[in-house]
Design a protein around this ligand. Structure first.
Ligand code: XMP
Length: 496
């Protein structure tokens, strides 16, 4: 909505809430129950400054509890899609159809509202699905307006942010770029060496362009061939980067043997991610040492294209009490404790759609902007179980067939992320007149805007059939292809 928002942990919020530029507060959901010992509490001062407050799910329950209502464990968990029906008019639900689909995900529920609270909507499993204290500008929603599955979620948030809080849409890409450049200049001293982990994806390209605008030639980008990339990826990324920014210094490093040695025999997904994260850092340390060998430098920096969902889903260690770890995104959770340089993450507070808008403003070519995301640990998290060169080759070939067919049929942009997964289970097939006992390939395509929630993409079956036919015919060792029809949640986008 082009309104600046900050995410502040509940136990560090009070000083920030007291500042006069706070126009409104949203209390998020969370995995705890309000009566559990040690559960997050309403930040002190949240109700003292007379700014509007919107509590979502756990946030609503906190608000209700603080205002004298009652919350208790529900007998039935309510999880998934529900129909929301209006009970009374409210500024919060203005313009929302009288009945609409919302996404519920809660065990506890509100049993009694605060005395001054009015019920404004209900669902079949939730009598108090939304409440308002219009005069005090306090609101609560048991469902999640922030996920795509809530049809009018954006409208509800817009009502709160723009109408109720009175915020202006002035946090534009140009403003973010300007702030970011000033911030980078302020933290990077004059005599420092900066390297950027550049994968060729939209995030790392935007991060590199921002840092380059701030520090110029002190930036050297490192592209790592780790053996876990897709068909011909190294060559095409280097070509695209040279064409886009001939002035950007980019060094390609082949460390595939090191990565594959680290992964030998490893099957646990979290272990894979951490090993890959550590190896990336060792490669960057080696390259940094080469760059600074002959120069006096005050400080060394590593730029990463980490975006906000990576940070949220990797919440670990000190943040574990605030959010559960879903998976350790390698560039966040995999950093070793003895890191020898400072990390610069200019996109750390941004979501993918925001990064794309900034990229567009920075003149990134369309084919980089619209590239499907590719995870840092690469094909290692798309081969379930052990990663071997043979399996990598099979997956690369299958994935290439899938991508080529999407492009050929003009469907690459009909999905937000598509890829193949190698399932090293063995299944029985018949080819020619003979029995086969080989591996399967999973095809995954998702539709999403923020990658926090996603729906599986309904690709045309004719396309899926052709991809399947080609994979089984052209990729040795594969006799079966399956199409993944799970949403996120409850699944995640990657299989590991
Ligand atoms: P999941 O599987 O968590 O994926 O639903 C959400 C998005 O993040 C990408 N992803 C990663 N990106 N390092 C990255 O840079 C990682 O370790 C990583 N794991 C997942 C995934 O491809 C999807 O776009």
């Amino acid at each position: 909505m082009q309104v600046r928002a900050e995410l502040v942990p509940w136990d560090r919020a009070p000083p920030r809430l007291a500042q006069p530029d706070v126009a409104g507060i949203i209390l998020s959901g969370g995995p705890a129950g309000v009566y559990e010992p040690g559960a997050p509490v309403l930040p002190a001062g949240a109700l003292d400054h007379f700014v509007p407050v919107l509590g979502i799910c756990y946030g609503m329950q906190l608000l209700v509890q603080a205002l004298g209502g009652r919350v208790a464990g529900g007998r039935n968990r309510e999880y998934g899609s529900a129909t929301l029906t209006h009970r009374a008019t409210s500024r919060l639900l203005q313009g929302v159809p009288a009945r609409s689909q919302v996404w519920m995900s809660h065990g506890d529920r509100v049993m009694a509202l605060p005395v001054d609270g009015s019920d404004i909507a209900f669902s079949q499993g939730c009598p108090h699905a939304a409440f308002a204290m219009e005069q005090e500008r306090l609101y609560g929603l048991q469902f999640h307006p922030e996920v795509n599955h809530t049809a009018a979620g954006r409208r509800i948030l817009q009502n709160f942010v723009v109408d109720i809080c009175g915020c202006k849409a002035n946090w534009t890409p140009a403003q973010v770029i300007q702030d970011s450049i000033l911030h980078i200049r302020a933290v990077v001293p004059q005599h420092s060496q900066v390297i950027c982990a550049l994968s060729g994806g939209v995030d790392s390209c935007v991060a590199a362009a921002l840092v380059h605008a701030a520090v110029g030639d002190r930036l050297v980008c490192i592209f790592v061939e780790n053996g876990l990339l897709r068909h011909q990826e190294g060559v095409s990324v280097m070509q695209a980067l040279r064409a886009w920014r001939p002035d950007l210094k980019v060094v390609a490093v082949d460390a595939s043997e090191d990565f594959l040695t680290d992964l030998a025999g490893v099957t646990d997904p979290e272990d894979k991610r951490k090993r890959i994260g550590r190896r990336f850092i060792r490669v960057f340390e080696r390259e940094m040492a080469l760059l600074v060998a002959d120069n006096e430098v005050e400080a060394c920096f590593l730029v990463q294209g980490t975006i906000y969902p990576d940070v949220i889903e990797s919440a670990s260690g000190r943040d574990e009490q605030h959010a559960h770890t879903i998976k350790t995104h390698h560039n966040v959770g995999g950093l070793p404790a003895d890191l020898r340089f400072q990390v610069l993450e200019p996109l750390r507070m941004l979501f993918k759609d925001e990064v794309r808008r900034i990229g567009r403003e920075l003149g990134l070519p369309g084919h980089i902007l619209q590239r499907h995301p590719f995870p840092g640990p690469g094909l290692a998290v798309r081969i379930l179980g052990k990663v071997t060169w043979e399996r990598l080759e099979a997956l690369r070939a299958a994935d290439h067939i899938f991508m080529s067919e999407l492009v050929k049929n003009d469907l690459y942009n009909a999905t937000d992320q598509a890829f193949a997964v190698l399932l090293p289970i063995q299944t029985v097939g018949v080819m020619g007149d003979g029995r086969t006992y080989q591996h399967a390939i999973g095809l995954r395509a998702v539709s999403t805007s923020d990658f926090m929630t996603a729906e599986w993409t309904r690709l045309p079956w004719d396309l899926v059939a052709e991809v399947s036919r080609r994979i089984v015919n052209e990729v040795p060792g594969i006799n079966r292809v399956v199409y993944d029809v799970s949403s996120k949640p409850p699944a995640t986008i990657e299989w590991e």
